[in-house]
Design a protein around this ligand. Structure first.
Ligand code: BG6
Length: 504
């Protein structure tokens, strides 16, 4: 385990200090890094926001957040006091220059006090409309100028379409070097997602099979039990395609489909992923309605409790056509993957949280047994169970040659006793260490937008066409099954992953 790898002092700024992300994810992640001796010894965290608040009340709110959301549970009070003695609140409007000049003063004084210029990290935990304003404030006040020491971290959504993403990239490129910009996709920080790279490239046994000769199809599903909750205002202008497919699911696809980079180096890995995105077959308008199914949840019940329909959620337009479910079939047109469907599904208000990648191998050409043989399947479960399992045929003990499919399982819980670091812990540490491997480069973001643009365009041209409804607490519209039907009969029943077993 790496500890205190960073020897420079660190000056962290979080814009959007009173937001949900800061309380739920960022501060718990920084606190955990601190208690596990991963943060540098010398650090300060400045939290900037518009609201007036007493420092003590602000810290208390963050402590409550740690107690509620941290994977390490309730904070140890002496450790929290030590950590929070380095936590400050700076009240300021992002639109006003004085906010940035005050911030600069703090940053400069911090360097003087430490007698050296440290690392600066500026985290944009704000609504997207503030990105340009904050970037400009930092630039004009010369706070984030040093390419090797100063970094900005930007949350998704990165643009709302290809055009706005390009504009934002150009805007940022005029103010910062690309290597200073960390576009975060928290899925890439998940332990299980990082493990896919290890699994693929450190185990040579799979590589010869990892292509269209042996793989029938790939399914990448991220199902959520939660609905949009209080995020209706954002979500209604976004929808599942922008919110999940354009970033998280396409990134998972890239990791599954990429060629091995020649070394574990950020740019080589990012190049390999970008190549996959460039090879994804562009959908025509007609293909969109054949290859992509969209849905929206109506009132239903989850776990026996009534659950509202999407149109009844706070800040959602009563006649909204925004999709809360997407199932999409993509093809990666290169030698390795030609004709192998990648079926991506995601949805909200489903019966439970399930995120899995299924690599379905082809049927064996050797038909020497009288009984049916179930093709091999590799299941990588990302959450809530963290496990990898390989399905294979085995002989049932006894005098007859009877076969049965069994699972060979690797579960994190059984293999490791430590609790796994949260995605944000890994990612924040990477930013501080200046490692951009798990972050999105400008061209990656744009290529991912190119993949989804034909779908967005077709849907905005025909907002109601083939918008299917599903009850909250069900596995999405039945029409989505049509996409997977040609392959579904090859799927084996695995009770944990109900989504995968629905049969015609
Ligand atoms: C976010 C989306 O990026 O990811 C949310 O905006 C979604 O809508 C969330 O709920 C899912 O993340 P996780 O880590 O809970 O799977």
């Amino acid at each position: 385990m790496k500890k205190h790898k960073i020897h420079s002092p660190v000056f962290i700024t979080i814009f959007g200090a009173s937001g949900d992300l800061t309380r739920r994810k960022l501060i718990p992640a920084l606190y955990n890094l601190f208690i596990e001796h991963q943060l540098p010894v010398i650090f300060e965290i400045y939290c900037v926001d518009f609201m007036a608040t007493e420092l003590a009340a602000f810290k208390k709110n963050l402590l409550d957040g740690v107690n509620e959301f941290s994977r390490t549970g309730v904070a140890e009070i002496t450790l929290w006091n030590e950590f929070s003695s380095k936590l400050f609140y700076l009240q300021g409007d992002f639109l006003e220059g004085s906010t940035f000049s005050k911030l600069r003063e703090h940053a400069d004084n911090y360097d003087i006090q430490n007698q050296r210029r440290g690392i600066r990290m500026f985290y944009f935990a704000t609504a997207p409309r503030f990105i340009e304003t904050i970037a400009d404030g930092l630039y004009k006040n010369k706070i984030c100028m040093r390419p090797l020491l100063d970094r900005i971290v930007i949350e998704k959504p990165f643009g709302t379409n290809l055009e706005t993403a390009k504009k934002l990239n150009i805007f940022l490129a005029k103010r910062f070097y690309e290597k200073q910009i960390y576009r975060i996709d928290h899925y890439l920080g998940k332990e299980t997602v990082q493990n896919i790279m290890a699994f693929r490239f450190a185990n040579y046994v799979f590589e010869p099979l990892w292509n269209n000769k042996y793989i029938d199809h790939v399914q990448i599903s991220v199902g959520e039990q939660v609905g949009v909750g209080k995020r209706g205002g954002y979500y209604d202008g976004s929808g599942a395609l922008r919110d999940m497919i354009q970033n998280h699911l396409l990134q998972l696809l890239c990791i599954v489909a990429m060629d091995a980079p020649s070394a574990y180096k950020a740019e080589l890995i990012r190049d390999a992923k970008t190549k996959v995105l460039k090879n994804i077959r562009v959908l025509g308008e007609k293909d969109v309605f054949k290859s992509v199914v969209r849905g929206q949840y109506t009132a239903g019940a989850i776990n026996g409790k009534p659950s509202p329909g999407y149109r009844q959620e706070e800040q959602v337009a009563p006649g909204s056509t925004t999709e809360t479910f997407v199932a999409a079939k993509f093809f990666v047109d290169n030698k390795r993957w030609r004709d192998v469907p990648f079926i991506l599904t995601t949805g909200k208000s489903l019966p439970k949280q399930v995120s899995v990648i299924v690599i379905q191998f082809k049927d064996s050409p050797n038909k020497i047994f009288k009984t049916d043989v179930v093709p091999n399947r590799l299941v990588i479960s990302i959450q809530p169970e963290l496990e990898i399992s390989l399905l294979f045929e085995s002989k049932v003990p006894g005098l007859e040659m009877k076969l049965q499919a069994v699972d060979m399982d690797f579960t994190y819980q059984e293999a490791y006793s430590e609790s796994l670091p949260e995605a944000y812990e890994a990612l924040l540490l990477d930013v501080l260490e200046g490692d951009p491997t798990l972050f999105m480069r400008a061209d990656q973001v744009e290529e991912a937008w190119k993949v989804v643009m034909p779908i967005l365009n077709a849907w905005s041209k025909y907002p109601k066409k083939k918008l299917h409804f599903y009850k909250a607490g069900t596995w999405g519209p039945s029409e989505a099954l049509a996409l997977i039907k040609p392959y579904a009969n090859k799927w084996f029943q695995l009770p944990r992953y109900e989504r995968l077993v629905e049969k015609s």
